[in-house]
Write a protein that binds this ligand. Structure first.
Ligand code: PGA
Length: 247
């Protein structure tokens, strides 16, 4: 049985006071949802307080592959661990696009997570142009080959994959279930080809304009094990509502 994961990606949203209020609301509303693993990817400077609450597992939206050193403005895995964070997002399209993170750099981050026993969600997904050219599967394969498929299978328990078509992120234009099924089945096939049986235990999340209105049909897709949620995670009540969309 693969883990069902619902991950909130707040991006650069919510004040500290908003974050505290979110937590209080989440705490009062998530009773009895033990079958879903909730994760919160919050701004780095809130992680310590959010983790202390022990209400849900918290993670960072970014990390540097080095353990320490002269990298002004960056944070390392040991630093994240020391404030109670337990995972990180790697390869989000916004990091690739706006911060020019290359496949090689993402591979370094992945390797650092593995060496330091730190969980991560690896994001992949194509642009609208790539989808329209019909080369989306090859593109996604390239992203996984560059940063994931080299791993020793002993590290797979640290890995979650998120398929996030760039054209669906924050646009309200969710991929349809045929498109989602195609890509998730393809990623599953790549994982199983490379890692055998262990590849079938890796959770694959969908991200891109998931809301309470479309989550039920998305989460019902065979190889969808949860969601990476941006906009709809900023309200704790809405976020919890999504967990009720798993059958
Ligand atoms: P969205 O963002 O749900 O607002 O589309 C998802 C993400 O970027 O992780």
């Amino acid at each position: 049985m693969r883990k069902k994961i619902l991950a909130a990606n707040w991006k650069m949203n919510l004040s500290y006071a908003d974050a505290q209020a979110w937590l209080t609301e989440f705490k009062s509303g998530n009773g009895g949802m033990h079958e879903v693993e909730f994760r919160l990817y919050a701004p780095t400077l809130y992680l310590h307080d959010l983790a202390k609450s022990e209400v849900l597992s918290v993670g960072a939206q970014n990390v540097h592959p080095s353990v320490s050193g002269a990298f002004t403005g960056e944070v390392s895995i040991p630093q994240l661990t020391s404030v109670g964070a337990s995972s990180v997002l790697i390869g989000h399209s916004e990091r690739r696009l706006y911060f020019h993170e290359t496949n090689a750099f993402l591979k370094d981050k992945v390797n650092a997570c593995c060496q330091q026993d730190f969980s991560f969600i690896f994001c992949c997904g194509e642009s609208l142009e790539t989808r329209q050219s019909g080369e989306h599967l090859d593109f996604i394969k390239g992203q996984l080959e560059a940063a994931i498929l080299h791993l020793d299978k002993a590290y797979l328990p640290l890995l979650t994959i998120a398929y996030e078509p760039i054209w669906a992120i924050g646009t309200g234009q969710t991929a349809d279930t045929t498109q989602i099924n195609e890509v998730h089945a393809y990623i599953r096939q790549l994982l199983e080809k490379q890692f055998g049986e262990e590849g079938s235990h890796v959770s694959i999340l969908y991200g891109g304009s998931v809301t309470a209105l479309n989550a039920q049909s998305i989460f019902a897709c065979q190889d969808v094990d949860g969601g990476l949620i941006g906009g709809a995670s900023l309200n704790a009540h809405t976020f919890i509502e999504l967990a009720h969309c798993f059958k």
